[in-house]
Design a protein around this ligand. Sequence first.
Ligand code: ADP
Ligand code: MG
Length: 235
Amino acid sequence: MNDNTSHPPILKLRNVRRRFQLGETTIDALNSISLDIHAGEFLAVWGPSGSGKSTLMNIIGLIDTPTAGKVHFDKQDTCVLADDELTEFRSRKIGFVFQNFNLVPVLSALENVMLPLQIQGVAEHAARRRAAAVLVDVGLERFKGSLPDKLSGGQRQRVAIARALVVEPMLVIADEPTANLDSGNSRMVIDLMREMNRARKVTFVFTTHDPRLLDHVDRKILLRDGDIASDEVLQ
Ligand SMILES: Nc1ncnc2c1ncn2[C@@H]1O[C@H](COP(=O)(O)OP(=O)(O)O)[C@@H](O)[C@H]1O
Ligand SMILES: [Mg+2]
């Protein structure tokens, strides 16, 4: 059962437009998106390449700002935040997982997961302890000393998920987290995100262009040409 919509939304988008100007050409990557995301949801945004998925993720993740419209995150109108406030807000509340894993190659799995905590000023021993615990949760305890190039793609993405979770964010955003994985590892990554969503009560929003990965989501939003073509809550 999906009862997440009984909670107030953690994220509210109203009439969000994102326009890119390339010389003479105007591209509306998003036309007018209105959307509420509730705490605890496990939500997939899917649609063909160029439909606006990454643009939407960047706006939801407070990496990019809309050309028009409103974004409220955790009751805060994000338009009124200064750049440094926005950075601080984002680093405390949102975790990111990327298609290319984005691990630091010279750091071990454990050190990669410690990094966001150290950036927040958490002392090294505490960061080490917390990072090690999250690596246990994602099933990589044995690999904590390994450098990323000694890990498989699926394992690297698990490290990246641990790194996103270690700051205990409200929301994890994953833009095409399975794009560089085979179908078995893709399934594993989605299942792991689902498990973390349930166990840690973290909201997940991920994008995919692979409809086969949509079997176990609470909700799926189909984007087409910068608009929401359908928004299905699955019971
Ligand atoms: N930084 C940018 N500058 C210009 N056009 C962009 C930029 N980012 C995205 N676009 C355009 O916006 C549209 C949506 O892109 P995107 O959000 O990346 O789609 P998706 O992630 O679904 O493939 C595309 O037409 C793309 O070319
Ligand atoms: Mg994309």
